[in-house]
Write a protein that binds this ligand. Sequence first.
Ligand SMILES: Cc1cc2nc3c(=O)[nH]c(=O)nc-3n(C[C@H](O)[C@H](O)[C@H](O)COP(=O)(O)OP(=O)(O)OC[C@H]3O[C@@H](n4cnc5c(N)ncnc54)[C@H](O)[C@@H]3O)c2cc1C
Length: 509
Amino acid sequence: MAFRTLPVCYVFLPAGVIPGVIPGVISGVMGFFGCVARRAGLRWSPGVSPLVRTSARCYSSEPTKEKNVPYEKTLKEQGGASAGPTKPLPRSADAVVIGGGSLGCQTIYHLAKMGMTNVVLLERDRLTAGTTWHTAGLLWQLRPSDVEVELLAHTRNVISKDLEEETGLHTGWIQNGGLFIASNKQRLDEYKRLMSLGKVYGIESYVLSPAETKDLYPLMNVDDLYGTLYVPKDGTMDPAGTCTTLTRAASARGATVIENCPVTGITVREDETGVRRVRAVETEHGTIETACVVNCAGVWATKLGDMAGVKVPLIAMHHAYVVTERIEGIQNMPNVRDHDASVYLRLQGDALSVGGYEQNPIFWDKVSDKFAFSLFDLDWDVFSANIEGAMNRVPALEQTGIKSTVCGPESFTADHKPLMGEAPEVRGFFLGCGFNSAGMMLGGGCGRELAHWIIHGRPEKDMYGYDIRRFHNSLTGNNQWIRERSHESYAKNYSVVFPFDEPLAILPP
Ligand SMILES: Cc1cc2nc3c(=O)[nH]c(=O)nc-3n(C[C@H](O)[C@H](O)[C@H](O)COP(=O)(O)OP(=O)(O)OC[C@H]3O[C@@H](n4cnc5c(N)ncnc54)[C@H](O)[C@@H]3O)c2cc1C
């Protein structure tokens, strides 16, 4: 039942202390989203948005202690690394992919599909154990870059069509559509630019008026809307279904997927011309000789880089969403991105998952190797920044309980773009990491480009924006620069994208 950890909510008003009650438990007066907002010093009146800060506060114990992903099935149940490798290790391989999350699974699938079948994926725990298992899984088809639109389109094809045709299995893809919210003309103009770009690629999208938006999404507050962009064929990916199906399809073509097998070292040798090259991948269970390693280890990618003397300039941060209790009338609604409020609302059956990008994200400085299928406690002081925007957009949330919290690690980079391609320091050491909370939706497109890069020596598309070589090597080892810039790019994730916009973070002289 909702709110079982929070039976009473006290509202402190200037005049005194009024004990309030939590709906779902006693009277239905105040929903838990409402309570969190009050705790954060926010007061909201339906229809009179935005929220205004007041001295009213609602003090309570933790809103919910439950940390759990909203998925029906995860691969956590299959048991952890203590069981030993799920298959014997081969002596050699043409390529070894490290990490069984979205990127590793997509990469091995595409390598095998493009004909490189003597390939191995090594996962420390079970597939998806890092970040992928708790992803929100949103896939939007429109981004302000033609290459990215193509990458997203490929992911969508793979998970909605190709994999099903190849394996007969459903990946769990749900096409519930996507709705971008514009609160001002500038934002709607940005969406119109996206729509124009999408037209070139045949992506169906519509600019809707506030009234049309209300027809589509009756629970939405449209009073402060300027307009919206509706993309009916956007949708939601399922992490376990996607990764299982990808590895099934890769294995059917001859690839080997080995779980419960942590990589402990990477052998690098200098050749006769002084070039450093990958020679082997080491594990506690044996060594695989190979000239090609693909680092798809998510927030752990920096550690894998260290094993080979390669700098991987990413930083781990907490990223979170909360899962609500049931909301009457929310079924079949599209996912929502309210960029101006920096929040997203993901449909979760008859409930919503609510997440966003805060100005003061929490860094995960001591990335632990023991972290598998794990979640952090949610910091409500940070997360409450998202509540205001969410309640403003869907007022029913104020009366809705929070069932569980999902706060996990994700990697962020200095320019909010992934790190891909062959590392300049070591030949045969490829990167497929640093996905800035877009690694599910970009996974298919990037997996294919990586496979092409490995097999043909270069990607098929213009991937310069993602290529690790875009950074000067004096910066890739500068932790302060990586931290400052990554923080900025996290906080500005939903900002309007202007041509030639430049980051603000600077290094001290
Ligand atoms: C709360 C939240 C919501 C998100 N929502 C979305 C969304 O809506 N849409 C979207 O596209 N993206 C979203 N993301 C981001 C997306 O989930 C990630 O970008 C993606 O899952 C990263 O995949 P990955 O394969 O790079 O990393 P991971 O999934 O972390 O995979 C790396 C794997 O490497 C393994 N590993 C580490 N070290 C070793 C070793 N030494 N040997 C062997 N294996 C090792 C780990 O166990 C792990 O399984 C979200 C992220 C978070 C945290």
